[in-house]
Design a protein around this ligand. Structure first.
Ligand code: TGC
Ligand code: FAD
Length: 395
């Protein structure tokens, strides 16, 4: 009989390869040694240090599943473990990394021309070029198919499109060198992806104001993308048509979130356990009370179940046997359980939970946002419901 190890309660490590365990260890060491010491100041000042992407790049953590252009070419599970270690520190840091890896390098790798891949992937891999992904608009969030951003033939520049419209709540947009913007072609009404290089945009055609004073995800930077007849060369268009372009990349990003949120939840468990063992009330440690133990037991079970489900779906993804509804199931379930668990564990800290030095309030605020972006949980319920019934309930 084995001894119960609360730090790996269902022996998740038995489901991982030696290479995946090594990658997790490298990511954990970096996150605990380099990210954790910065997170409180970053969160307080709403400040994202773009050097972080260079540091991640130097460790091979960016675009890690891509098998070409000097990227690591690791399994989906390994990339999930990286997300988990980053999100153990802060969801905002995972967000900055996910956008660069899954939503910028991903579409270029999957839908880019050979020339686009050669031009952009190496710099994105190293973090010397920062990318962002513009799908959401002020009037169209859950329903991106109704987007208004339009790509017309440029009136004066031959071989160029002219893009006009606005995107909002875009992670990394204020600091992005390369902006992937999804727009409808005026001629066909079909959605296409465009690679916009900031340095090539004439003044006044591209603005990326920051969205400040967020009450979650403050360690990541968020902004708008405002396009006013912005000229984009035709060769910067991605080779995919329709919503399946952005959604194929969202499958990977949502996968990373499903895995990552389990890191945030585990951090809440570790911190709440330590606090409950140290803090005495009614002459005994809080940890000795049944109601406290139930909160820990619920959260621990959810973190282990969620991680195992994410590993399983990752294996299916790499074997080409993953259905998007599976991603919706783990994104929804893991975000919901992480938010519920973190919120319950917050209570263990009593009034001290109100101090950011206990970290738990930061995770709770972050996890609300994570449950919202890349498809709010109710939207994923509808995707799963459509999978069960064959009937769509969105419209
Ligand atoms: P629907 O009819 O369902 O689909 C239209 C076309 O898209 C294809 N498709 C997919 N392809 C691959 N993977 C998926 N997961 C796909 N889902 C859909 C589909 O096959 C179809 O293709 P085709 O060839 O037949 O045209 O489209 P709909 O308009 O009814 O969509 C409804 C809905 C709700 C499923 C969808 O719009 C949705 O998921 N909404 C949520 C919006 C969302 O997730 N936005 C994310 C913005 S990016 C972001 O939040 C980044 S945060 C990053 C960070 O900081 O970490
Ligand atoms: P809405 O679509 O207005 O939804 C509001 C509520 O209504 C939700 O609870 C939703 O579930 C519900 N709802 C909507 N339609 C239905 C329906 N048919 N039936 C039942 N309920 C429904 N987007 C990007 O493109 N790129 C990014 O990098 C990015 N980063 C982000 C970073 C942050 C910090 C945040 C907060 C958001 C980011 N987003 C990004 C946007 C994010 O994807 C959207 O906020 C999300 O898709 C929800 O859209 P919305 O905010 O417009 O909400």
């Amino acid at each position: 009989m084995a001894r119960f190890n609360w730090e790996d309660s269902l022996s998740v490590k038995n489901a991982l390869t030696p290479e995946e365990l090594d990658i997790q260890e490298t990511a954990r060491a970096y996150c605990q040694e380099r990210l954790l010491p910065r997170v409180l100041d970053a969160y307080r000042n709403e400040d994202y240090d773009s050097e972080i992407l260079k540091e991640m790049g130097s460790l091979g953590l960016l675009g890690a599943t891509i098998p070409t252009h000097g990227c690591a070419g690791v399994s989906s599970v390994a990339s999930g473990l990286i997300a988990k270690e980053v999100e153990r520190v802060d969801s905002g840091y995972r967000s900055g990394m996910s956008v660069q890896s899954s939503l910028v390098m991903g579409p270029i790798s999957e839908h880019g021309t050979a020339e686009q891949k050669d031009r952009f992937l190496p710099q994105l891999r190293d973090g010397t070029m920062i990318g962002c992904f513009g799908l959401t608009e002020p009037n169209h969030g859950s329903d991106p198919g109704s987007m208004e951003t339009i790509a017309r033939e440029h009136p004066t520049k031959k071989g160029y499109f002219s893009l006009s419209g606005s995107k909002t709540w875009i992670t990394n947009s204020p600091i992005a060198d390369l902006l992937i913007v999804w727009a409808k072609l005026e001629t066909t009404g079909k959605i296409r992806g465009f690679l916009i290089e900031r340095r090539e945009c004439p003044p006044g055609t591209l603005e990326t104001p920051s969205l400040k004073h967020k009450n979650g995800l403050r360690a990541s930077i968020t902004g708008m993308i405002l396009l006013d007849n912005c000229p984009v060369p035709a060769e910067n268009m991605l080779q995919v048509e329709g919503l399946k372009g952005p959604f194929s990349c969202l499958n990977s990003a949502r996968y990373g979130i499903a895995f990552g949120t389990m890191g945030a939840l585990e951090d809440c468990i570790t911190r709440a356990r330590t606090y409950a063992l140290d803090r005495n009330q009614f002459k005994k440690p809080l940890a000795s009370y049944q109601l406290i133990q139930k909160k820990l037991a619920d959260a621990l079970t959810d973190a282990a179940y969620g991680t195992l489900a994410a590993i399983h779906v990752g294996r299916l993804k790499d074997d080409g046997e993953m259905a998007p509804e599976m991603i919706s199931m783990i994104k929804r379930q893991n975000c919901d359980r992480a938010l519920t668990g973190a919120r319950a564990l917050q209570e263990v800290f009593g009034g001290n939970a109100a101090s950011d030095e206990y970290h738990i309030g930061r995770h709770v605020a972050n996890l609300f946002v994570v449950q919202t972006y890349e498809g709010q949980s109710d939207i994923h319920s509808l995707i799963i419901g459509r999978g069960i019934t064959g009937l769509q309930a969105f419209h």
